[in-house]
Design a protein around this ligand. Structure first.
Ligand SMILES: Nc1ncnc2c1ncn2[C@@H]1O[C@H](COP(=O)(O)OP(=O)(O)OP(=O)(O)O)[C@@H](O)[C@H]1O
Length: 258
């Protein structure tokens, strides 16, 4: 579980995160949504320790990040898997080598053990047959799966994904969403995903935090987001006619069930 308590972050005197508090539970897919510029990336980078908030606390299963020693912070970082926007694979390395990279950096294991672990995670994301390929020889969806395999190879407690669906067609986006949710559930990971994808919100949003102008404007589940009257949320999520329609159908079904 990650507890976020009143974090504030400014750049050049401009407050970007204006005191955000929330909780991300273990085994759940937590989504951060909000308009462009609302502070999602700054928030995710603050969770990752890439930005240092001026105020507030981020507590990883009882460990307050600010109170940790440098060694403890380093250890905590090895418990975090990250799927970067655009996958961020090393072009000169094969799929297998990309996935093994964190193990080589941090794991201190014999090569055979590392190779077994790489094969295990590549099988899990259904890419074992592509182990010898270079990123340029794979599709965008495969590259995301490699990035997910690399993010989980160290058996992380926490998984952060920045726009994992960007650049993917809708069908592949669903495959990636489902993979993230299955992995989160199977390995009991605390997962936080930054997304623009309303389909993800509705399909895998076990908890959704909606940011507006650096403030948490709403939080709830994907079921609750259909029912909320919060204007900031409805203006953002149901800005398209398609999603308005989806919402109407869902609410009608609920009414008929009750
Ligand atoms: N390193 C930085 N230095 C100064 N300002 C920054 C920095 N990073 C982000 N900002 C500012 O913080 C604000 C929020 O940016 P952020 O990237 O978090 O938005 P976002 O919600 O992730 O947007 P998008 O959906 O477009 O990625 C923006 O006004 C941005 O210019």
């Amino acid at each position: 579980m990650i507890e976020v308590k009143n974090i504030k972050k400014s750049f050049d005197g401009v407050e970007i995160l204006k005191g955000i508090s929330t909780t991300f539970e273990k085994g759940k897919t937590n989504l951060i949504i909000g308009q462009s510029g609302s502070g999602k990336t700054v928030f995710l980078k603050s969770l990752l320790g890439l930005f240092t908030p001026e105020e507030g606390a981020i507590i990883f299963d009882g460990r307050d990040y600010n109170s940790l020693s440098t060694k403890e912070k380093r250890e905590l970082r090895t418990e975090i898997g990250m799927v970067f926007q655009g996958s961020a694979l090393f072009d000169s390395m094969t799929v297998s080598e990309n996935v093994m990279f964190p193990l080589r950096m941090f794991a201190n294991q014999p090569l055979s053990e590392m190779q077994d672990r790489v094969d295990f995670v590549l099988k899990r994301v259904d890419l074992i047959d592509a182990h010898h390929k270079f990123p340029a020889e794979t599709s965008g969806g495969m590259q995301k799966r490699v990035a997910i395999a690399r993010a989980i190879v160290m058996n992380p407690k926490y998984l952060f994904c920045d726009e994992p669906n960007s650049g993917l067609d809708p069908k592949t986006a669903i495959v990636i969403d489902n993979l993230i949710q299955e992995i989160t559930d199977e390995y009991n990971i605390t997962t936080v995903v930054n997304t623009h994808d309303m389909n993800s919100v509705m399909e895998i949003g076990e908890k959704i935090v909606f940011l507006k102008n650096g403030v948490k404007a709403w939080e709830g589940t994907n079921k609750e987001i259909f029912k909320t009257d919060n204007k900031a949320v409805t203006d953002f999520v149901y800005s398209s006619d398609l999603f308005k329609k989806v919402r109407e159908v869902y609410l009608k079904e609920l009414e008929e069930e009750s």
